[in-house]
Design a protein around this ligand. Structure first.
Ligand code: G3P
Ligand code: CA
Length: 331
């Protein structure tokens, strides 16, 4: 069970949590009635994180989806991780492979070799009359781009990229392997030099979970990694914007901010940050900008970048990081 995935709030709780309409809360925010928190981030500086890759265009959690996200200029990549029967971390959202592959079964009971037999791409076909994003990026159709993606392969993509790419890795619980997930995750990150950044440096990786226990395990195993507590409802004890000890980033679903936009300011007033999922609609992007969130996680990174007024291309992303792209045609 997600420890924070809640049952419906009790009526008394609901009354307490809905004292002001969202519209009036917006007005309060604009007047700057805030505490000594973090400054609000300008739109152009909000990192855009591709949720399961550019998963609106390309089948989720495939290498192709992540390559597409980088081509579209995303600042970071989100993925879910699960352990296979032979203790390999793979990027799969659901407990079973049934929805996103041509196979059946529970990820944790299958070995990596068995998962590698499956096609994780063909389930997602473009709607009639529409073209796949592949039309734009034919290379994404190559062999292997739609096989199961190991976290190791995804990290390789990230560390080989010419500029820094953020990684938001979500541990999925419950699972029969409990704390082994975090142990294998930190060991793998360590192999890439991403688990224990030196003083004054920050890892591009942060670990997220709905499970407070999982977040605690990461804090214990890799104390200098950023952690995100994901929330699909804000429990009473955290409604003042505080977070569990050691956690500095709240990860509310956009549905929370539609009803309680003041939550962002509360988190900021505690010196914490807010990363919001899954933000695909223009009105939701606008709300995130107005509230000054610290990261937008979206299935449509290209559309979000455009709405933020940024050039959604790999070249623009490179330029943002000061990387000069060499023209292969120039002498
Ligand atoms: O980025 C957080 C978000 O991915 C949480 O929900 O179900 O899509 O993993 P889910
Ligand atoms: Ca996720």
């Amino acid at each position: 069970m997600h420890s924070l995935r809640p049952s419906e709030p009790r009526p008394s709780e609901r009354r307490r949590s809905e004292p002001v309409s969202p519209v009036r809360q917006h007005a309060a925010l604009r007047t700057g009635a805030s505490g000594p928190g973090l400054p609000r981030r300008p739109a152009l500086e909000i990192p855009v994180i591709a949720h399961r890759g550019a998963s609106d265009d390309v089948p989720e959690h495939t290498l192709a989806a992540y390559e597409a996200a980088l081509l579209q200029g995303a600042d970071g990549l989100e993925c879910d991780v699960r352990l296979t029967a032979d203790m390999q971390l793979v990027c799969v959202h659901d407990r079973r492979v049934n929805r996103t592959s041509n196979g059946r079964g529970v990820v944790s009971t299958l070995e990596l070799a068995q998962l590698r037999q499956l096609d994780f791409g063909s389930w997602k076909q473009p709607a009639a009359g529409e073209e796949h994003e592949y039309a734009e990026y034919p290379d994404l159709r190559r062999e292997g781009a739609h096989r199961v993606l190991t976290l190791e392969r995804l990290l390789q993509l990230v560390v080989e990229h010419p500029h820094r790419v953020e990684m938001a890795i979500e541990t999925k619980h419950p699972t029969r392997y409990a704390g082994l997930v975090e142990e294998h995750l930190v060991a793998l990150l360590d192999r890439f030099g991403l688990a224990h950044p030196r003083l004054g440096e920050t890892s591009p990786v942060r670990v997220m979970s709905f499970s407070a226990m999982s977040v605690r395990r990461i804090r214990r195993l890799a104390p200098s990694l950023d952690t995100v507590l994901l929330l699909d409802r804000v429990p009473l004890r955290l409604r003042d914007g505080s977070l569990p000890r050691g956690v500095r980033i709240a990860g509310p679903g956009i549905h929370i901010l539609r009803i309680h936009p003041e939550y962002v300011e509360r988190v900021h007033s505690m010196g914490n940050r807010v990363h919001v999922w899954t933000v695909d609609q223009p009105s939701d992007i606008d709300l995130c900008v107005e509230l000054g969130v610290d990261a937008i996680i979206s299935n449509r990174p290209k559309a979000v970048l455009a709405r933020l007024g940024r050039d959604g291309t790999a070249a623009a992303a490179a330029a943002r990081h000061g990387v000069v792209e060499l023209n292969p045609d120039s002498p």
